[in-house]
Design a protein. Structure first.
Length: 228
């Protein structure tokens, strides 16, 4: 009788982030965010507006080579974040619906990818002082955190009266928006069906991988060359 081979527990390489398996049920949120992002107006700033924006964020030179992230202040800013989220999150009755804020210079701040990913559309102040992974509270000293919050509070006070906010549902019409939500509900049903199918496929492929590894181990042992 052949000896039963034990499979080593899969471990990730030390110091390297191992890619996680994607989850289909998260696609609905991504689709909704993308939809709202595509319908929101994108307003290009005038030279005077950009100059004022840079001044209030402490980015005075248009040709500066290095701009620090406004949230953590530690990493280089590589993207612009919507300071006020385009998609509602905090109010359960409005969750997933457009907040009405648009993409204009008064609602954008330079940030690093780590902070943008961690913030994920949450209120900036709540997130910065919260316990989310990679939030500024997790990375900065209390003094540095207070300094960043104070700077962004000043920006918020300056930019809020200038930023544009639209009543999206009133403009497009409640019937049109309900039709969109019905379409998204139908998409969700299809996504859940696809999720169940992907789980089955994943199970079959995991089993096939284990069987292939077992065959490789047996062949290696027979030839006198231990498998890695």
């Amino acid at each position: 009788m052949a000896k039963q081979l034990k499979h080593a527990t899969v471990r990730k390489p030390a110091g390297i982030g191992f890619p996680a398996r994607m989850k289909i049920n998260r696609l609905k949120l991504s689709l909704n965010r993308s939809f709202i992002n595509t319908i929101v107006p994108e307003i290009r700033p005038t030279a005077a507006q950009e100059a004022a924006w840079r001044t209030h964020l402490g980015v005075d030179l248009p040709a500066v080579d290095y701009v620090a992230c406004v949230y953590c202040g530690q990493q280089r800013a590589t993207q612009l974040d919507h300071f006020r989220s385009l998609v509602a999150k905090s109010n359960p009755a409005e969750r997933g619906r457009p907040t009405g804020w648009v993409t204009d210079i008064f609602n954008l701040v330079p940030c690093c990818g780590t902070c943008n990913s961690s913030k994920a559309g949450h209120n900036w102040r709540v997130w910065m002082n919260g316990n989310a992974k990679n939030s500024p509270r997790q990375l900065l000293s209390a003094d540095k955190l207070a300094e960043r919050v104070a700077a962004l509070t000043r920006f918020e006070e300056w930019s809020t009266p200038l930023a544009t906010r639209l009543d999206v549902l009133a403009i497009v019409g409640p019937d049109e928006w309900e039709a969109y939500e019905a379409e998204m509900a139908a998409v969700d049903v299809l996504l859940q069906t696809a999720r169940l199918r992907s789980d089955r496929f994943h199970h079959h492929l995991q089993q096939a991988y284990k069987e292939a590894q077992a065959s490789t181990a047996i062949a290696a042992a027979t030839s006198g060359n231990p498998a890695l």
